[in-house]
Design a protein around this ligand. Structure first.
Ligand SMILES: Cc1ncc(COP(=O)(O)O)c(C=O)c1O
Length: 441
């Protein structure tokens, strides 16, 4: 399909619907899909890709490929599902879409426990921190934050703002706190909560959750384990029930592959009980679980409900993104992210460069933070990459900010090799370095 068609008809919803239909080869619009029939969308979508590797998937206007660690590139179907006509946020059509979206989140997080509670609230990933800090901790309670970089420290700041006493176990830049030090911290005090950033987007450090959870549960069984999964959910494996997690907060714009604007989270029955047992009121009005829990439960039961207006367009996009993700086994998706990540990391090493996350076990699979050669500045290299049609991000960890760049490889850029995004980025990186005068030692 010629790219200009989308632009020429962009203000005509009827034309958009026809574009969507053509794109999906006769598949109904995502809003009419239920989790049970949504497989049909993705299998047709996947088939059209695998049977025609050179097919140009995208009907989006030409644009540089966005390979920062979020927001990421969108699947056309996700983007186009936002052009849904306006509907009431309490009307039966939208209530059904929202309800299915919440149920699909249970699958994404791998939780079947009826006491697990999903939330989808308008806001960005940071709202997840507020949700945790305002509802699950009371002023004066102790929280242990495991810090692997800028975002872990941001979570700590948020918790402090709501009155928590925060202790931090901080790893040296590029690594993660080790279990023995976490264990001894847990033995030193009775913590209400431990927070961990699954992937700290400032360093590309991956935290291991399963053994961490075993340690927390064995040393301090009442302590809640809360995960910042903003840069990991849908790219790294998360087995919510099996790993006995109490909360995972994330956002729409990273590996889930949806536009920014939704705070997405899952809390265990134990976390919800801790909320119910609090003596003081939640520390926020908008981020109050008291206000949102009945709304989420009603939507999932397909009953209209209102506390604050949701964004129907974003929820449609999330519904489509989750339908696409869940159309294939999650294990395949995680394996694909790992395979592509391994290839990227090997290329980086072959170019003679080092990663911020030094130990392979600590390296995320949805992003790579790469130290630059001493002679090269990010401000020289990034524009060269942009000239090659690839957008990477600069560093944001304050101790090393000017010394590294970040390459995000999540979602459709990874799962759809026909797009060629990753090979294009690796070639651009090599050429950009050469153009900056770099020669491998
Ligand atoms: C790990 C992590 N946590 C939290 C955030 C904050 O999310 P947002 O920028 O969507 O508010 C980010 C943003 O990149 C992040 O990477």
């Amino acid at each position: 399909m010629p790219r200009q068609i989308l632009r020429a008809n962009a203000s005509n919803p009827a034309s958009r619907v026809s574009i969507i239909s053509q794109h999906l080869a006769g598949v109904p619009p995502a809003s009419t899909l239920t989790p049970s029939n949504s497989n049909s969308l993705s299998s047709i979508h996947a088939r059209s890709l695998s049977s025609s590797p050179t097919f140009n998937m995208s009907s989006q206007p030409d644009h540089p490929t966005l390979l920062i660690p979020g927001p990421i590139e969108f699947d056309d179907a996700v983007l186009q599902s936002m052009s849904h006509y306006s509907e009431s946020h309490v009307g039966p059509g939208f209530v059904a879409t929202f309800g299915e979206t919440l149920s699909m989140l249970r699958k994404l997080f791998q939780t079947t426990s009826p006491s697990s509670q999903p939330f989808v609230i308008s806001g960005s990933g940071t709202l997840g921190w507020d949700l945790v800090a305002a509802n699950l901790v009371e002023p004066g309670e102790d929280v242990l934050v495991l810090s692997t970089g800028y975002f872990s420290d941001g979570f700590a700041d948020c918790l402090r703002l709501y009155g928590a006493n925060v202790d931090i176990v901080k790893a040296p830049v590029g690594s993660r706190p080790q279990l023995p030090e976490i264990e001894s911290a847990l033995k030193s005090k009775k913590y209400k909560m431990v927070t961990v950033t699954h992937v700290d987007t400032s360093t590309g450090v991956l935290s291991e959750l399963q053994k961490l959870s075993e340690t927390v549960k064995s040393v301090s069984p009442d302590t809640l384990l809360i995960v910042d999964g903003v840069c990991s959910v849908a790219g790294e494996e998360i087995d919510f029930d099996a790993w006995k997690l109490d909360g995972v907060v994330t956002a729409s714009q990273k590996a889930i592959g949806c536009p920014a604007g939704l705070s997405i989270s899952m809390f265990s029955g134990k976390a919800m009980d801790a909320f119910k047992a609090r003596k003081s009121q939640p520390g926020s009005y908008f981020a109050s679980m008291k206000n949102w829990t009945p709304i989420m439960q009603n939507y999932e039961a397909k009953k209209p409900s209102y506390f604050a207006t949701p964004s129907p367009q974003l929820v449609h996009a999330l519904h489509t993104a989750l339908s696409l993700i869940l159309a294939k086994p999650l294990s395949e998706r995680f394996a694909k992210h790992k395979e592509v990540s391994d290839k990227i990391k090997k290329t980086v090493t072959d170019l003679g460069l080092k990663q911020v996350a030094g130990n392979p076990e600590d390296q995320a699979h949805g992003m790579t933070a790469v130290y630059l050669p001493e002679s090269i500045k990010a401000t020289d290299l990034l524009p060269k990459l942009a000239n090659s049609g690839v957008i990477f991000a600069g560093g944001i960890h304050k101790e090393i900010a000017s010394k590294y760049i970040r390459f995000g490889h999540m979602g459709v850029s990874v799962t759809d090799p026909a797009r060629g995004d990753i090979n294009k980025a690796l070639a651009a990186l090599e050429n950009g370095l050469t153009a900056c005068g770099y020669q491998k030692a």
